[in-house]
Design a protein around this ligand. Structure first.
Ligand SMILES: [Fe+2]
Length: 141
């Protein structure tokens, strides 16, 4: 029973994680605009500081790095995830999903994860992220 339940959370987590990942890729990256820009600047000091922290988180992770709005704390955090089903934080809404499993980059970047993360940032669709901020009613003040 334990193995079945662990595998269930791994499988469902894997689906949800990748749905977020692919939905917000395909954009032109660059600096965020709108509400998400304001949130990142407020909670990390600057967009550059957020980007540096998420990149460092992604370099340290085994599977995922997340920017999520924590409803209890009322602010964004960059969280680590080591697998599809480890370290999600309750009552937090993910806004950026950075897949750092080797399968995400090895064919194109081999061991150069840092360049893959740079490419990830360059292809984010901030319009999608801003749509999520609105859809979930994340307060921007
Ligand atoms: Fe993946």
């Amino acid at each position: 029973m334990r193995a079945l339940k662990v595998d269930l959370s791994f499988a469902i987590g894997g689906i949800k994680n990748h749905e977020l990942y692919f939905e917000h890729l395909g954009g032109s990256g660059g600096d965020p605009t709108g509400a998400v820009r304001d949130l990142l600047a407020r909670d990390f000091g600057s967009v550059e500081a957020w980007r540096a922290d998420l990149k460092a988180t992604g370099m340290a992770a085994r599977g995922w790095a997340w920017t999520a709005y924590d409803w209890d704390e009322g602010r964004l955090f960059n969280y680590i995830g080591d697998a599809q089903n480890t370290f999600p934080v309750w009552n937090a809404t993910p806004l950026v999903a950075l897949d750092v499993y080797e399968h995400a980059y090895f064919l194109d970047y081999q061991t150069d994860r840092a360049s893959y993360i740079d490419a990830f940032f360059a292809n984010l669709d901030w319009g999608v992220v801003n749509e999520w901020v609105g859809r979930y009613g994340i307060p921007t003040r």
